[in-house]
Design a protein around this ligand. Structure first.
Ligand code: AP5
Ligand code: MG
Ligand code: ZN
Length: 218
């Protein structure tokens, strides 16, 4: 299974990608998580990425494409993956298509998780992330069992720098300008399915799994 999960910042890509990937035994590959991992390790790539992330801008295509293509070449991703946050520009989507063609592979489909802007802003304002595994929680809609720590590994929960209101505004603008065109791009390839993301987490998962299985079968 090879899936690209599309959706605006806060749509629930991370929340859903992790469930879909584990239920299907494939890798969850999130470009934002990879950048934050580099940042945590203090690498040059992490420092470079931060200068863009802090402003709500995209990290340049060349470094992003290289990082993600290397990641999906790792052993745990050979059987498939759910991509979360990549591609984010038409140039990135083209680069992915070229790489897939070169490996005689193709995407099964690209589900789009749709959520209204007001709800996106509300979700990001209340989001907390695990420092260890990057699982997202939410102080109103998805609390951890124990306040301040991750259900999976007890990691400390923190709020992302780019979840500040002014950066969220900029991320949403960047999405509309540079990433929303991917909806037409994948619709043109017959790979797009729309899923209502403004429902309970569990209901969104059910709808996504259904959409994904119809894609994988077809
Ligand atoms: P990235 O980390 O990818 O951030 P994003 O796309 O802005 O998406 P988010 O992670 O904010 O949202 P999400 O859809 O994963 O939602 P989540 O599940 O957490 O990118 C960050 C930055 O890195 C970019 O701005 C850019 O600078 C750089 N970058 C990354 N990829 C790049 C690329 N390919 N090219 C260039 N630059 C790149 O959920 C959000 C909240 O809502 C959580 O609190 C969650 O608990 C809650 N929630 C989830 N589902 C529901 C629900 N159904 N009901 C109620 N609450 C819910
Ligand atoms: Mg995410
Ligand atoms: Zn964790």
């Amino acid at each position: 299974m090879r899936i690209v999960l599309l959706g605006a910042p806060g749509a629930g890509k991370g929340t859903q990608a992790s469930v879909i990937a584990s239920r299907n035994g494939v890798a969850h590959v999130a470009s934002g998580d990879l950048f934050r991992k580099h940042l945590g390790e203090g690498t040059e790539l992490g420092k470079l990425a931060k200068t863009f992330m802090d402003k709500g801008d995209l990290v340049p295509d060349d470094v992003t494409v290289k990082m993600v293509l290397e990641r999906i070449g790792e052993p745990d991703a050979l059987g498939g993956y759910v991509l979360d946050g990549f591609p984010r520009t038409v140039a990135q989507a083209n680069a992915l298509d070229v790489a897939l063609r070169g490996a005689n592979q193709a995407l099964d489909g690209t589900p789009l998780v749709e959520v209204g802007t007001e709800e996106l802003v509300r979700r990001l304002a209340g989001r907390w992330i695990c420092r260890t595994c990057q699982t997202p929680y939410n102080e109103t809609t998805a609390r951890s069992k124990q306040a301040g720590s991750c259900d999976k590994d007890g990691g400390e929960l923190y709020q992302r720098d780019d979840d500040k209101a002014e950066v969220v505004r900029s991320r949403l603008e960047t999405y509309e300008k540079l990433t929303a065109p991917l909806v037409d791009y994948y619709e043109g390839q017959g790979k797009l399915v729309r899923v209502n993301g403004q429902q309970d987490v569990e209901k969104v998962t059910v709808d996504l799994l259904e959409a994904v299985s119809s894609l994988v079968m077809s």
